[in-house]
Ligand binder design. Structure first.
Ligand code: RP5
Length: 164
């Protein structure tokens, strides 16, 4: 199976990124985690992206806060799907990172999830891999059904309490 690359701009992003890591672990999908910054270690970030396809990656999650150009910088150097994960910073609540990540000019796509949306970033990367991995597709389908059932159970519970 292809690997997921998880790149974060700083280890200060790790508390959020860990939720993506946990989700990938849950699905037993291979991944690699790195701290590469678009501005502090641009050469390493570029080398990772340029070699990612040859190194067996199928999708890349790029987490960054503030002027979050990491996802775009990686996407510029690979045609693998790049998922941007904007991280909430203390000053502008992550709006800065969201806009820097999502507003990519035509030609270099970045699929951006919500601010701190680490679980969805992981799930989206799994959905990308699932296109050629039927077992993974099956696991995602089962999890989606279980999620639906959980909400319906809550509805039954609330209905029994209030709709008498
Ligand atoms: C970005 O700047 C990182 O992704 C991080 O979210 C933010 C702050 O980094 P540190 O100053 O905490 O290392 O590059």
């Amino acid at each position: 199976m292809k690997k997921i690359g998880i790149i974060m701009g700083s280890d200060s992003d790790l508390p959020i990124v860990e939720k993506a890591i946990d989700t990938l672990k849950e699905y037993q999908v291979p991944f690699e985690v790195h701290v590469y910054s678009a501005h502090r270690t641009p050469a390493q970030a570029r080398a990772f992206a340029e070699n990612a396809r040859a190194n067996g990656f199928g999708a890349i999650i790029a987490a960054a806060g503030k002027a979050a150009h990491l996802a775009g910088a990686l996407a510029a150097c690979t045609t693998l799907p790049v998922i941007g994960l904007p991280i909430k910073s203390s000053t502008l609540d992550g709006i800065d990172a969201l806009l820097s990540t999502v507003q990519m000019p035509s030609g270099i796509p970045v699929a951006t999830v919500a601010i701190d949306g680490a679980v969805n970033a992981a799930l989206l990367s799994l959905e990308i891999l699932s296109v050629s991995e039927p077992e993974l597709a099956d696991k995602l389908e089962k999890a989606r059904k279980a999620g639906t059932e959980k909400v319906l159970a809550k509805d039954r519970e609330l209905s029994a309490t209030y709709n008498v």
